[in-house]
Design a protein around this ligand. Structure first.
Ligand code: FPP
Length: 255
């Protein structure tokens, strides 16, 4: 996505183009209400639309949501089935709305454990929404370690086939083989529910990502909470390993 396509207000020194979110706390939200964990996840799905609206409001054109990690398969089988069913229902229900809002959906992660039916549904929704200018990446069966391993494996295959010399492998080559190779790294990662860890999300891409931690559970995370995280980001100085400039450049004005 070229800088020229971005709204005027985000084309600043430290634009906010890509937000990643770890949607945590569905289970605790449900328990506090005497509901099942699945009811918490269901309430969580309802928040996605509001977050997309808030991203549009701030001129953010890429959002990556951690919906199901490589490790989440270890949850009780009913919860895993329930989450997969919610994921499929989301794809069926939101497809037309995503097209209407100009959102292109990409599901990132392994697909070998999905049913053939779910794989076909993902392909159909990805194709139907491909022209959208706002990108929604749904990380499902995703793990940052898995992503780096699958990239390394593909690079090794190229080396074995004689198409690449080991000495030509650098960060750019590795990055090209990661799931999110076609978008810039997240500028901001928001995690809800008070936990402060990465949980095997975008390990490579988070090298210089700013983090905001919200205390509320994901089903309570609304437009105001999103705006508060954006405001916190605006107050940050991003240096990417460099020293402080004479005039500190803040992330302000970045949507
Ligand atoms: C973490 O809460 C949340 C998840 C593991 C799943 C997140 C999934 C959704 C919001 C629904 C899927 C979304 C889409 C768009 C299909 P937790 O269960 O770990 O909460 P807890 O830590 O309070 O138990």
């Amino acid at each position: 996505m070229s800088e020229a396509k971005l709204p005027e207000r985000v084309a600043t020194a430290h634009p906010l183009r890509h937000v990643a979110i770890i949607m945590d706390g569905n289970g605790r939200w449900a328990r506090a209400r005497g509901l099942s964990r699945l009811a918490g996840h269901r309430a969580g799905v309802e928040r996605v639309r509001e977050v997309l609206d808030a991203c549009r409001e701030h001129g953010i054109d890429i959002v990556t949501l951690f919906a199901f990690s490589s490790e989440n398969w270890q949850r009780p089988v009913e919860e895993v089935h329930g989450l997969m069913a919610l994921f499929a229902a989301y794809l069926r229900r939101e497809r037309n709305d995503l097209v209407r809002r100009g959102v292109s959906l990409k599901v990132v992660g392994g697909r070998s454990r999905f049913s053939p039916r779910l794989c076909r549904l993902i392909d159909r929704v990805e194709q139907a929404t491909a022209a959208g200018g706002t990108r929604l990446n749904l990380a499902v069966d995703y793990g940052g370690r898995w992503d780096i391993v699958q990239a390394a494996r593909r690079i090794a295959e190229q080396v074995c086939a004689g198409g690449l010399a080991p000495e030509d492998i650098d960060e750019t080559v590795l990055e090209r083989h990661l799931c999110l190779a076609d978008v810039p790294a997240p500028d901001l990662c928001i995690r809800t529910a008070g936990e402060q860890r990465i949980s095997n999300f975008l390990l490579w891409q988070f090298a210089y990502t700013e983090f905001c931690f919200a205390d509320c559970h994901w089903p309570d995370f609304d437009g105001d909470a999103f705006r508060a995280a954006v405001a916190e980001y605006r107050g940050r100085q991003r240096r990417f390993g460099r020293s402080l400039p004479a005039e500190p450049s803040r992330c302000s004005g970045s949507g």
